[in-house]
Design a binder for this molecule. Structure first.
Ligand code: ATP
Ligand code: MG
Length: 568
């Protein structure tokens, strides 16, 4: 490509709306353009990156024996009603009506559509396993679209689905996809980690997320430096240090005016936060529940939702709390809670406390010396606290660490969740009808581009890994009027193209400073500079974007140098 014939438009100033590095650099380097909240144009450079990502994914999926299909973006409500997700998916699903007033979804994912396809075309165990995938646009009306294409409302996903005759084989398909994901993310050049994950709206029994490690990531990973345990904090389990739990033996009601936080309460009573227990009131599928945890710890609502098997979970409103407990927000406690008809769940951390301070279910009152069993009885002990750095590994017991990550892929073992609901069956070896055992596997194709930038940049711009760079090499003739130099530059440009090297020549008649700035900002992996002084000595300059120093090489050796650079 010649720069003068391209649609490349870099910005001089930092775009104001950008909150993250990748968002800023993608806008500034002219890779994407915002159309509306969470909706973007991919400009030529940005789209080249996406196509290279697609290429790697497609090659590895095909090598793993998966077959590519294309499903429609629009799907009829009836399919979603079969699994109950027409209502369960809620507001995140974009919905449209046709001229006959029939409901359709703009696909946020495609389990229903593919299961419908497979139940029509696969009817014998002889046709199994099947792994089918597509690379396509997805729609999700995210609550907070943000960080550019990182969390968009329209984005490109690779979604794959496996169908097997039994659990044993389904686990093999799951493993095959897991291994393929490792290959894909290694080929892109990511530093990444697979972690245990929550299954969310897709469901199923187990899942793993592939996290690109970056300090700016939205996700927190808890991992054990001693063994292989690693999990998204949403899912992480672990043991916490046993401490506190000493708040006197005698149950006492104490007047605690003006006290709002756990710290204030502990200070007021000359105790520690870990001697208190906090009680939070939720609405779970319409009914009020209370959840207790040690005062110094935070709750993990996703673990709570899973532990109590709730479909819908939210904090109770101030009004609901007053109506039900007769006390204002902030004074909930376990004593006398049963009489109010509120189910009580306690975290493991509370089960270990000798005695504790709790809310009094009355404005400005707390109880101290509360003893479990004597002063209250829970309905169930569950694990709901958020695990953090310094807690202990559930596998080996050593101390856990934390790091940040960006989720670029997610593999789910689904079991029969969809095939059962949709009555998707085949005949087994004995002629018996059985439901398929499924898995599903997503990759955030467009998110990968943003994640690659979060992991590779400096103060001047992007540093693309060669695998997905918009161009591999940029040739910069410093002065377009220096004929010998430009002639060589154009000859080199043709030679590189001939060798299938993805090259752009910056043939603009602008200052070298502008050319260098743009090439650093866009982040081409290799820059070849042809300047008069070097060239008169038969030399050109080659610089790798990721390195500080340029190298001056004989002009005859430049192609070898480039090939070497692309490999390294
Ligand atoms: P998240 O927790 O980030 O919302 P998810 O669990 O909803 O992700 P999946 O349903 O597993 O995501 O989708 C598969 C992949 O698609 C994710 O791993 C992610 O890389 C990508 N993805 C999901 N939502 C978005 C989005 N709004 N914009 C861009 N990519 C997305
Ligand atoms: Mg999501």
């Amino acid at each position: 490509m010649k720069w003068t014939e391209s649609l490349i438009s870099t910005l001089r100033e930092d775009p104001k709306e950008a909150e993250t590095i990748s968002h800023k650099l993608m806008l500034k380097a002219g890779l994407i353009m915002k159309v509306a909240s969470g909706i973007y144009n991919f400009l030529p450079l940005g789209w080249k990156v996406v196509l290279k990502i697609v290429n790697i994914i497609r090659e590895e999926m095909n090598k793993a024996g998966a077959q590519e299909v294309l499903m429609p973006i629009l799907s009829p409500a009836e399919l979603w009603q079969e699994t109950g997700r027409w209502s369960f998916y809620g507001k995140e699903m974009f919905r449209v009506k046709d001229r006959q007033d029939k409901d359709f979804a703009l696909g946020p994912t495609h389990e229903e559509v593919i299961t419908d396809m497979v139940r029509k075309y696969v009817n014998s165990y002889r046709q199994l396993p099947q792994i089918l995938y597509q690379i396509q646009v997805k729609f999700r009306d995210e609550i907070r679209p943000r960080f550019g294409i990182m969390r968009a409302r329209e984005f490109i996903m690779k979604d794959a689905y496996s169908f097997d005759k039994d659990e044993e084989n389904a686990k093999k398909s799951y493993q095959r996809m897991f291994d393929t994901y490792n290959k894909i993310f290694s080929r892109i050049g990511f530093k990444f980690r697979a972690v245990e994950a929550d299954t969310g709206a897709i469901g199923g029994t187990s899942s793993a997320e592939f996290m690109v490690l970056a300090d700016t990531g939205e996700e927190t990973i808890v991992y054990c430096p001693n063994c292989d345990y690693a999990a998204n904090v949403e899912k992480a389990e672990g043991k916490i240090e046993k401490k506190g739990g000493n708040a006197g033996e005698k149950l006492e009601k104490i007047h605690t005016p003006e006290i709002r936080t756990v710290e204030e309460l502990a200070n007021f009573l000359k105790l520690k936060p870990e001697d208190t227990a906090k009680t939070i009131l939720y609405m779970a599928d319409g009914g009020m529940i209370a959840v207790m945890m040690r005062g110094d710890r935070e709750i993990n609502e996703i673990k709570l939702k899973n532990a109590i098997k709730a479909n819908e979970l939210r904090l109770a409103t101030a009004e609901e709390i007053v109506n039900k407990t007769k006390a204002p927000v902030g004074f909930a406690g376990p004593v006398n809670l049963k009489e109010k008809g509120i189910k009580l769940y306690i975290d493991n951390s509370v089960a270990e406390m000798e005695t504790m301070v709790c809310g009094g279910n009355e404005k400005d009152y707390h109880y101290s010396g509360v003893k479990r069993g004597r002063d209250f009885k829970e309905d169930k002990i569950i694990d709901v606290i958020k695990i953090q750095k310094g807690d202990f590994c559930p596998k080996c017991g050593k101390e856990l660490s934390e790091q940040k990550g960006i989720e670029v892929g997610h593999v789910f073992y689904l079991g029969d969740k969809y095939s059962k609901a949709m009555n998707a069956t085949f005949l087994d070896e004995k002629g018996k009808s059985k439901v398929f055992v499924m898995g599903c596997y997503g990759i955030g194709v467009t998110r990968i581009a943003a994640a690659a930038i979060e992991q590779n940049y400096d103060e001047n711009g992007i540093i693309w890994p060669v695998s997905i760079a918009p161009f591999e090499v940029v040739i910069i003739p410093v002065n377009m009027k220096y004929k010998e130099g430009t002639d060589f530059a154009f000859k080199l440009y043709e030679d590189l193209k001939e060798k299938n090297i993805d090259v752009i020549i910056d043939d603009r008649d602008v200052s070298p400073g502008v050319k260098f700035k743009d090439s650093d900002l866009i982040g081409f992996p290799i820059r070849v500079v042809i300047g008069e002084k070097n060239f008169k000595n038969g030399k050109v300059e080659v610089k790798l974007r990721k390195e500080k120093q340029a190298e001056v090489v004989e002009k005859e050796k430049v192609i070898d140098k480039i090939i070497e650079g692309l490999k390294g």
